[in-house]
Design a protein around this ligand. Sequence first.
Ligand code: ARG
Length: 458
Amino acid sequence: MAKLWAGRTSGETSAAADDFNSSIRFDSRMYRQDITGSMAHAAMLGARSIITPAEAEALIAGLQGILDELDSGALTFDPACEDIHMFVEQVLTERLGDVGKKLHTARSRNDQVALDTRMYLREEADAIGTQIRELAAVLTRQAEKNIDAVMPGYTHLQRAQPILLSHHLLAYVMMLLRDLDRLADCRKRMNVSPIGACALAGTSYDTDREMEARRLGFDGIALNSIDAVSDRDFCVELMGCLSLLMMHLSRLAEELVLWSSWEFRFITLSDAFTTGSSIMPQKKNPDMAELVRGKTGRVYGDLIGLLTTLKGLPLAYNKDMQEDKEAVFDACDTAKACLGICIPMLEGMTVQADNMLQAARTGFINATDLADYLVGKGLPFRTAYKISGELVAECIRRSCVLETLPLEVYRAHSELIGEDVYPAIELKACVEKRSSAGGTCRASVLSQIAYVKEKLSL
Ligand code: ARG
């Protein structure tokens, strides 16, 4: 079939070229935005007397009919159309005849696609934001529920100092709050209307870009028509936000994998979010957490792919830019799928507080507290640190821990040590002493929870 753009050429392209050129299989998901944008355009053309009010009404009614039929499934996409924009215009023209052909006055697919993509992605950003809030809420609830569970905090994956699990979980909540902020900030820049920029240079028609922008919920209009049709920063920026989000989810997922292992046994994941092995009957595999970790690479790939596509492009529109959509849609789909799994998986996670405490008891993670105790008795920190290290070595030789090391052994290393060393190195006490702002003590955790609840209106 001859193309809508037949004229300069016959419009007869090869089937292979049509297939290669076509984007309808992935941009049809923007049909609602495309049609809503076209309705605003028709209304503006009518309001500015570029078409008659009756024509504008006919276009809007025709577009509404197409929208309803696509929603209900009565109308399906024609894979032979190059893209969603061509499809809608073609159906409209089939139905309305010459009036349908007036819709594309003072418009180009270049500003149209930029408009649709911005409208589609701002909704995606909002949906992802809602999921991030939910995940932050679930983690906060787990922190509240397990507020007193003591675990070893790690550096270099070596047991380091005693912390509250609730404090550890809230670290992820803080990351998610930043992800939310970033998304909101990105959405602000995204919510600027490109429509009316036309092909690249603006138009000679007396259009009202502000009117279209307002009607479509934008905060303003792009001030340079060339920038309006060339800019895909908003796609890259969104994928940047999602990459950071995924990095956070991936680190969390990695901890779930570790913690649910038989070596750690800090948590149990619910059966609903684990799988078995086809050969090893004892297995309970954390596949979902592993997939969240694995899919992170995919989102980074989407980001780097589009950055690379854009880097050498001259202004203004180039067909290369059609590659933006699969990347950014995949990044959104992936992030939503991962959040959709993380929310119930974290909700159903059971904490094995006894095992955590047991691990905390056996790693000499109160050695810093022993040094601090000696500082309290008047020793300089470096000297205290050395004595504490020697006492840990003594414990390893005797196969005991600092809590069970006899007082006379302590005193052989330092006369300053008395009976009061034992309560000073008790794990709960060690946690409670870390009362500096943002530290791991219970009061700090409670104030973090209050902060999160206030921020998320929980
Ligand atoms: N399908 C195209 C895209 O996604 C729409 C814009 C086409 N513009 C053009 N001049 N060929 O980028």
